[in-house]
Design a binder for this molecule. Structure first.
Ligand code: HPA
Ligand code: MG
Length: 219
């Protein structure tokens, strides 16, 4: 049964302080750069396994996965892995093919106006396919809307969006993301391939950066 809670994913409330970094392991070079562990890696993985189940319930034919780089690479790899494992265990094995698209819209922790398509914009291989867009972070939804519009021009048979994190920002567009991992407050987070000026992608947990960390890696 679908309900609103499911559509929003795991909801993290505004007052969630996160866990003390001391309670987990993480790369030593980020020792002073993390304020808290917001979502531990294990929880991320458990939630992605559930998202894979939703995907298998909805798709009936081979899946053309469109991974939005760079932030989506870990989410995409783990989601596709779970789709394979769950499919194998339930006779709903669907072939997955992964293609990549690279977008960039953030400098420091601020969104810039333009959406930069980097790399190929020709997605004609999507024609007639069942497409799963995999994106780590959806906030205002501006980027996702632009991407969806672009993808639709290639006339895929069906398009679904998986977003690991959906941010509660005042201007958020509801209903863009079909599979939501976590709905989080309007805070800048890093880790699990999400970056701050290219740093912190090598952190397995999703974390909030400390003031020190923000200063250290500012450009
Ligand atoms: N972290 C990293 N990258 C981002 C974020 C964030 O919170 N929001 C949009 N891009
Ligand atoms: Mg980024």
């Amino acid at each position: 049964m679908e309900n609103r809670g499911m559509k929003r994913g795991i909801v993290i409330e505004d007052d969630w302080p996160g866990h003390s970094p001391d309670l987990f392991t993480y790369p030593e070079h980020y020792q002073e750069d993390i304020e808290c562990v917001y979502i531990p890696n294990g929880v991320i993985m458990n939630r992605i396994e559930r998202l894979a189940r939703y995907v298998l319930d909805d798709f009936t034919e081979n899946i053309m996965v469109l991974c939005v780089l760079k932030g989506g690479y870990k989410f995409c790899a783990d989601l596709v892995e779970f789709i394979k494992i769950l499919g194998r265990n339930s006779n709903t094995y669907l072939e997955t093919r992964v293609e990549f698209i690279r977008l960039k819209s953030y400098v420091n922790d601020q969104s810039t106006e333009e959406l930069h398509f980097m790399g190929s914009r020709d997605l004609s291989f999507l024609r007639g396919k069942s497409v799963l867009i995999v994106e780590a972070m959806v906030d205002t939804g501006k980027t996702m809307k632009a991407l969806l519009k672009h993808v639709e021009t290639f006339e895929p048979k069906m398009v679904k969006v998986a977003g690991l994190l959906v941010k509660r920002v005042p201007t958020m567009t509801e209903g863009l993301t079909d599979y939501v991992g976590f709905e989080i407050p309007n805070r800048f987070v890093v880790g699990y391939a999400l970056d701050y000026n290219e740093y912190f992608r090598d952190l397995n947990h999703i974390c909030v950066i400390s003031g020190t960390g923000k200063m250290k890696y500012k450009i």
